[in-house]
Design a protein around this ligand. Structure first.
Ligand code: HEM
Length: 375
């Protein structure tokens, strides 16, 4: 999926507010908290931003320093073209600060990772636009469906542009910073948010077309259940969006204990920044705290939704959907806690990210099972 691929491809954060310079970016206050047990994990994570230390897709997002929709599809072929591409990369902060000793072969590796990610994005764009144009020409689309299709194709293009806008923030020179060049966490969250909207809209359109609708009696209880399910889905969306800030600021590394944050339920640097609002988006401690609270609130809301749904007569498919939602939520929270306790190993973080899509999909499935039948 374009959304997920793009997001993975650029998951790089920016300067930590816990002043810290140099390539090893575990925030300074975190280092004391991690304690002796954190040593090996911390060392592993500190190496992580180095493309040679770990081929995580997220570390290659800044290797292609320009973007052309058509021209960008042709990779360099000759040695001379590769050298020219490498010289371009050398003008940007990631090379200057992090990868000064990178060889051409190593550059080719990260370049191809980003290239395949961008080509995947183009393929996803085509997978939307080509069938849409074909169906349109054949006259197979109803009037409302034409609106849906146009909106989805527009969102795909917007997603691509947003991806480039995000990457650009990681290419900018920041005169007084020696920190690892990273994309803005705001743009990262916007990119993930728009990816989730695109994904949700596509899934919703598909489910509306494919799933036969139930003729549910419009009781008071059903109305309440439907409203509750809508609110819970919005909460899941918000939790996922807050996860982008955690990933963007490497905030999964500031307190690696659960349920308490270090020794405390509410850490003392929660509001260390001024003005207070800035903490919500820029202080890794607050960002992690918010994500925990939202994650726990999501799973609590889903449990309550499940219990409430038991009192409402529902068709079999809707029952399966609500039970699955509870199961996926428990799994997702378990994955989130494990990611935190194990100092954010890449495979687990990636599974946790996919888990958020699985959770959102199941919530949308439930909404689709509960939707009002047309009169
Ligand atoms: C409904 C529950 C949850 C949802 C939907 C959710 C979703 C997400 C998403 C979308 C990300 C960004 C993933 C990435 O880009 O790598 C994320 C990151 C993260 N989440 Fe959650 N999360 C949930 C619960 C939790 C809980 C309860 C915890 C721990 C207490 C947690 C810990 C983390 C950590 C440590 C990261 C950072 C991973 C990284 O740096 O790559 N999450 N979450």
């Amino acid at each position: 999926m374009l959304a997920e691929a793009s997001y993975f491809g650029s998951s790089m954060s920016k300067t930590s507010p816990h002043a810290h310079t140099g390539p090893c970016r575990t925030p300074s206050n975190a280092r004391t908290r991690l304690g002796a047990g954190g040593g090996p994990h911390r060392a592993a994570r500190c190496r992580a931003p180095c493309p040679r230390g770990r081929p995580r897709l997220t570390e290659s997002g800044l290797s292609m320093v320009d973007w052309h929709l058509v021209k960008g599809m042709k990779p360099p072929r000759t040695q001379r073209e590769w050298e020219a591409e490498f010289r371009k990369y050398q003008q940007f902060p990631e090379f200057k600060i992090l990868n000064r000793d990178m060889t051409l072969a190593e550059f080719k590796f990260i370049w191809y990772m980003e290239y395949s990610h961008r080509m995947w994005g183009r393929l996803v764009g085509l997978a939307y636009i080509v069938p849409a144009a074909y169906f349109w020409r054949k006259g197979w689309l109803s009037r409302p469906m034409k609106g849906c299709v146009l909106a989805l194709c527009g969102l795909v293009c917007f997603q691509g542009l947003l991806g480039w806008y995000m990457v650009k923030s990681g290419l900018e020179e920041k005169p007084d910073s020696y920190d690892i060049p990273r994309v803005s966490q705001y743009r990262l969250a916007a990119h993930l948010g728009s990816a989730l909207v695109l994904y949700s809209a596509s899934l919703w359109t598909g489910l509306s077309l494919l799933l036969p609708q139930h003729k549910l009696p419009e009781t008071h209880q059903l109305l309440r259940l439907r409203r509750f399910a809508h609110g819970t889905t919005a909460l899941i969306f918000l939790t996922a969006l807050s996860g982008a800030f955690v990933a963007g600021l490497d905030a999964g590394l500031v307190y690696n204990s659960f349920p308490k944050m270090g020794e405390r339920w509410i850490p003392d640097d929660l509001l260390a920044f001024s003005p207070v609002l800035k903490n919500i988006f820029e202080n890794p401690t607050t960002v992690q705290f918010d994500h925990r609270v939202l994650g726990i609130a999501s799973v609590s809301a889903i449990t309550a939704l499940y219990l409430f749904s038991r009192k409402v007569p529902l068709p079999r498919r809707a029952r399966i959907a609500v039970t699955s939602l509870l199961a996926v939520a428990c799994l997702q929270v378990g994955l989130g806690i494990s990611t935190l306790l194990l100092y954010v190993p890449t495979p687990l973080a990636a599974t946790h990210q996919s888990g958020s899509l699985a959770l959102l999909s199941t919530a949308l499935w439930l909404l689709s099972e509960l939707r009002r039948a047309p009169k």
